[in-house]
Design a protein around this ligand. Sequence first.
Ligand code: GDP
Length: 470
Amino acid sequence: HATPNEIIRGLIKHSVFASINQVVDYDKAALVAIDLGFTPSPSTVTANSSQGLSASEAMMAAHHDDQTVIIPPVVTIMGHVDHGKTTLLDVIRKTKVAAGEVGGITQHIGAYQVEVNGKKITFLDTPGHEAFTAMRARGAQVAHIAIIVIAADDGIMPQTREAIDHARAAKMPIIIALNKIDRPNANPDRVKQQLAEIGIMIEEYGGETILVPVSARQGIGIDDLLDYILLVAELQDIRANPNLPATGVIIEARLEKNSGAMATVLVQQGTLKMGDSIVVGPLAGKVRAMFNDRGKRIQKAPPSTPVSIMGLSEVPQTGDRLEVTSDERAARLRAQQEVEKRRNESAAPGQVSLDTLYMQMQEGKVKELNVVLKCDVQGSAEAIKNSLTKVGEENLKVRLIREGIGNVSETDVYLAAASGAIIIAFNVKTDGAALREAQKEGIDIRYYEVIYQLIDDIQAALNGLLEPSY
Ligand code: GDP
């Protein structure tokens, strides 16, 4: 929608020098509305505006005409393992879905919707942030709000930090669900203190972040949490235009014995309808059947609705975009173009590698070397960190985007993919699934056992002197 400034600037173009509350001719207001890409309609002219519309009224009218509506927020629940993500997702689903729906057996399709005070909320129900980061690595932003679950008896743990980092990187508002408050050893004050230490200021301490004490197991505080989600959503003013051809993101996909490829789409814009021609990444198809999160057949899905669809010939990838096309031919054409595009991309991977770093620097493609560092012990992590900050000061900065103890995991790979980083594995291995993902994404993982070799290699790479590794 248009801002007051845009409207005033638009009026000046038509030689009307108006202040924000000044009344202008309907015709002039309509011209400005058209300039700004809206379709004005005189039905918004009310009785007292027979003399015209004020600039602010024109803004309201323009706002109205742009066809966007408030849509349900999409919420993701993240946090450390065992802090209660799954239990929380279950209790919300049970209390808010089954109760209202006769015979409402929920199907796991990767997301579900609940209704609170007549307003809908969509929850992504793949707990853990692997799915979330995997999607982000592929450039898909799906959630509007992040719930960070922290067990009150355990406090902030490594994956809590990770989850917060991801939410911040995605610029999502955060709500803290302080879970397990029923536990005798729950220590809410300690958690609040820990939050302050990492720069999360809760309301109680004069900050802006909402913290809701809950017990997922006993169902305490759940209604409060849902109310706060609606409040934060309202402040975000989350909108979409339901009248467009639909676009969305694949949040889950699998092959089913009888029905073939099933994919869950989270609709983001427009309305997805039965029979729509669609393109999903390199796949073309048609919506042949559509089911909601209760396994019920539906005909159309407005924004923020998760639906599982049938009608693609193959299983798409999580994070792939779905678009509705004018017809099947257009869908096939678009899919073909995507195949070409992906082929070209894999010929010239956008990922950074130590072997090609110097060349990428010369071409101006790389200005800093992002590094994910995994070590066997904290001591070596510290030593490597110190040495790394000293190398390459003149040519380019080395930026440590994540450090941790233990094997290289899928999360490390996703983060590296999302940030164009290399991974340094010091006296650790790479998990099987992470290795497959790294090969697919073209992530350079370097293994070292001696610190000076690691530093030598980085220095050589920065100077274009690294012996290629085969
Ligand atoms: P996730 O790994 O974050 O998905 O955690 P889960 O939901 O699987 O919960 C881990 C354990 O904590 C389970 O044994 C739950 O029953 C328990 N748990 C979850 N929420 C609560 C709670 O509010 N209070 C108590 N006492 N236990 C909880």
